[in-house]
Ligand binder design. Structure first.
Ligand code: DC
Length: 233
């Protein structure tokens, strides 16, 4: 744990939005940052994953935009954070592990590209963040969901490093895969996420870019905390 001192009362109520491509370290960084600041951690990607998992598990065709949009508005998606574990529930069912399944990863880009699905998710995310004290992480958090965030960070890293991190994470979860597969998946997802019509992956003009290729998670968190300290007077 870093020894950077925080003035917590002064930091209350702020919104920190963290964006970036798959495997850039957004989730881990945001989770640790939220814990250190005593903020809510909002993993927006997990919400799209939860919906995708629900559709796959209930035989809803991934091509059925209309039905997925209705589900996106109707389903309850909740988070529970205990220490460093962020659990995700859909209609009260814990789907924390299931949403990381390669099958979900394969289809989530398609689901998250639907306009209606995005509108429903953005509405839920805005509601969760209305009182501030939140670290929101995900593809459009700096450009669409929290355009007025107090701090916007765009995390980046090389494809190879991002694939290596994903591989470690998945292996730890018991998913069988390899580096080549993960590199190919990252390239495919970067392409899809950057070229889609609705909320493509892009850097907000006022986001601070942090290249994490050669950084540890601790370095990343410290870097953002330094930014928070320098930008929030
Ligand atoms: O960060 P992740 O891998 O859990 O994200 C899963 C997918 O959801 C990914 O294809 C990008 C998409 N996503 C999105 O479109 N908007 C967000 N705010 C977060 C994730």
């Amino acid at each position: 744990m870093s020894d950077i001192k925080l003035n917590l009362p002064k930091l209350k109520g702020k919104v920190i939005a963290i964006d970036g491509p798959a495997g850039s370290g957004k989730s881990t960084t945001a989770k640790i940052l939220a814990a250190r600041l005593g903020y809510i951690y909002l993993d927006t990607g997990a919400m799209y994953r939860a919906l995708t998992h629900f559709a796959l598990a209930n035989n809803v065709a991934i091509s059925n935009e209309e039905k997925l949009t209705v589900l996106a508005w109707k389903l309850s998606i909740e988070f529970e954070t205990h220490e460093d574990v962020n659990r995700v529930f859909i209609n009260g069912v814990d789907v924390t592990k299931e949403i990381r399944d390669p099958e979900v990863t394969k289809y989530v880009s398609q689901v998250s590209a639907y306009k209606g699905v995005r509108e429903a998710m953005v509405a839920k995310q805005t509601e969760l963040g209305k009182n501030g004290s939140i670290v929101a992480e995900g593809r459009d958090t700096t450009t669409v969901v929290f355009t007025d965030a107090d701090i916007k960070v765009y995390l980046d890293a090389s494809v190879n490093e991002r694939a290596r991190r994903r591989l470690l994470e998945l292996t730890k979860m018991g998913v069988s895969t390899n580096l080549e597969e993960q590199e190919a998946d990252i390239v495919r997802r970067d392409g899809f996420d950057s070229n889609r019509t609705h909320s493509p992956l892009s850097r907000a003009r006022d986001a601070i870019v942090v290249d994490t290729t050669n950084m540890t998670i601790e370095d990343q968190v410290d870097r953002i905390i330094s930014l928070v300290k320098s930008l929030i007077k």
